[in-house]
Design a protein around this ligand. Structure first.
Ligand SMILES: [Zn+2]
Length: 178
């Protein structure tokens, strides 16, 4: 949750700076501010649209599992540590090629937060709830909390479910309150 509030605070600061910048450009016709030392600083007014890529070859089974409605992850066959999100290596044992297991679906919500101020890449969503649940095998999982939000509470029973996220239409997992 610390991450969330840090991100929300950053987002607020960014929105505030953008407002000030709009005002400045209207007044001076240039997006130039003074930095802390009083030196002129150009702030570009264009937003950068960033799409990142990451290699997933070693954890492709996770995505194949989602297509079948399963949530898979890896466990070190030497020390028994379960990793989520899945990773192919156990840094403690220096072991690669961890075994795949299916996560249990039942858990309890241990914390949550409602997101009103969204980062730009999430700005097209309605306000949403992000929570962390402890699953029956002790693994903590962070995801959007959906379903009967009247029962939203620390300790609420949640079920890990695989569903499509709209409007993008890609498959992901949610913590659902029934
Ligand atoms: Zn290990």
């Amino acid at each position: 949750m610390i991450m969330m509030s840090v991100r929300d605070n950053l987002q607020k600061q960014i929105n505030e700076s953008i407002k000030q910048l709009d005002f400045l450009v209207k007044q001076t016709k240039l997006p130039i501010i003074q930095d802390k030392s009083g030196n002129p600083l150009w702030i570009d007014v264009r937003e950068l649209d960033l799409r990142y890529q990451m290699p997933i070859k070693k954890v492709q089974k996770f995505f194949n599992g989602l297509k079948e409605g399963k949530i898979l992850t890896t466990r070190c066959q030497k020390c028994g540590t379960i990793y989520f999100p899945p990773q192919d290596d156990c840094p403690q044992c220096k072991l690669s090629g961890l075994e795949w297991i299916e996560l249990p679906r039942e858990g309890k919500l241990i914390t949550y937060t409602k997101i009103y101020v969204k980062p730009p890449s999430f700005s097209h969503y309605q306000d949403y709830v992000v929570g962390i649940a402890k699953l029956d095998n002790g693994i903590n999982i962070t995801a959007w909390v959906v379903g009967n939000l009247e029962k939203l509470n620390v300790g609420a029973d949640v079920k890990l479910e695989v569903e499509e996220r709209e409007p993008e239409g890609y498959i992901t997992y949610y913590l659902k309150i029934e």
